[in-house]
Design a protein around this ligand. Structure first.
Ligand SMILES: *Cc1c(COP(=O)(O)O)cnc(C)c1O
Length: 372
């Protein structure tokens, strides 16, 4: 049996009709930019996250970038993030004109280590740090209480990179409501995905929300007036209409991901692998990715491919070691935990709509590697 990494058609099959109807309604209305679905989606997603405002954007990268711009962060400033994320997290910092500075991760959760963050804030570079950008990697929230407490003490902003964490919870509150602002991506394969690029910002800050509405739309203050040099980073009406349908089904799709993850974790309990951390009662993982850790990662990956299981690695090269960031001059000893993780992590196929026989085939393929 061939098991693909992610099957969007299977995931969306239960509400395909609703999506086609929503698309048709946009075609009938004929307003493809700033249509009424955009504002409705913003209200509905803000409500889902438990915040007052959502500003839709055309990507998660734009969402991160424009938050930093709206806060006036730019040249001469430092923004802290983690080495083990998708490159967009660091790209957005560079786009703002600020410089990314990386802090290593907690090896248990693979998210930002608050102790190392504190050391960095107290160091000589600390006074240039204007924002902290923790990543809720794979759908597990970072240790937000510690990070937000440190940020308050040092007077800096915290921006959640929630691009992989739609619906995840930390102490009962949703990702997107845990800091000053949060950025989401609606890239098709994300837990809430459009049928093209999309993104959004959530916040309780009315001033930030107002600035973002203008920045994403050529810096407009009125139809023919522009208060600043802005961008073309709006979410298309068509994507908003599709996202409104998918948002209505999001909790069910999260439940499906969590059920599959539970099956995997229970099935691997006797194997020499580390399963994703379930920080009990405190953080609720939404399993954008189900990531194992194994000392024999490369051999396990080859074995799974031979068995037709399309596993993958997120991400094999930490951001500071990408050619794009050569100028920062980092070496592997700067981030030992992120380097170690990059050598042991392995993402298994997991998506809503995966059948139980497909899930069992994934389990059997992993177990057969350790049986040999
Ligand atoms: C997907 C992703 C982004 C960027 O989102 P785009 O919509 O592709 O621009 C940023 N950060 C993380 C952690 C992501 O997974």
């Amino acid at each position: 049996m061939k098991i693909v990494f992610c099957n969007l058609k299977a995931a969306d099959a239960p509400f395909e009709r609703e999506i086609r109807e929503a698309i048709e309604a946009v075609l009938d209305a004929g307003q493809f930019i700033n249509g009424s679905d955009v504002e409705k989606f913003e209200q509905e997603f803000a409500h889902f996250c438990g915040v007052k405002h959502c500003v839709a954007m055309n990507s998660g990268t734009a969402a991160l970038h424009l938050i930093l711009r709206a806060y006036g962060i730019g040249p001469g400033d430092l923004v802290v993030t983690v080495p083990n994320s998708f490159i967009a997290t660091a790209e957005a910092i560079v786009h703002s004109g600020a410089k990314p500075i990386f802090v290593d991760i907690d090896p248990k959760t693979l998210t930002m280590d608050p102790q190392r963050l504190e050391n960095l804030l107290k160091s000589s570079q600390g006074k240039h740090i204007k924002a902290i950008l923790p990543v809720h990697l794979y759908g597990l929230p970072a240790d937000m209480e510690s990070i937000v407490r440190l940020a308050k003490n040092f007077g800096v902003k915290v921006v959640e990179d929630a691009c992989q964490a739609h619906g995840a919870k930390y102490k009962g509150k949703r990702a997107g409501s845990l800091a000053d602002a949060a950025a989401f991506s609606f890239y098709p394969s994300k837990n809430l995905g459009a049928y093209g690029d999309g993104g959004g910002v959530t916040t309780d800050d009315p001033l930030l929300s107002e600035r973002l509405l203008s920045l994403r739309n050529h810096g407009r203050s009125g139809k023919n007036s522009h208060r600043c040099v802005g961008y073309t980073e709006r979410l298309d009406t068509l994507q908003a209409a599709i996202l409104r349908v998918k948002l209505r089904h999001l909790q069910r799709s999260i439940d499906a991901r969590r059920d599959l993850a539970r099956l995997f974790t229970e099935s691997f309990s006797d194997l020499p692998v580390a399963t994703p951390p379930d920080v009990k009662g405190e953080r609720e993982h939404v399993y954008h990715l189900y990531v194992l850790q194994s000392k024999k990662r490369d051999a396990l990956l080859n074995h799974l491919k031979e068995k037709g299981v399309d596993a993958d690695i997120h991400y094999p090269i930490p951001i500071p070691f990408q050619e794009a960031f050569d100028d920062l001059g980092h070496s592997e000893k700067d981030f030992p935990e992120a380097v170690w993780a990059s050598q042991e992590i392995l993402s298994l196929p997991l998506y809503p709509g995966m059948t139980s026989s497909q899930a069992k085939a994934v389990v059997a393929a992993v177990r057969s590697f350790f049986a040999t």
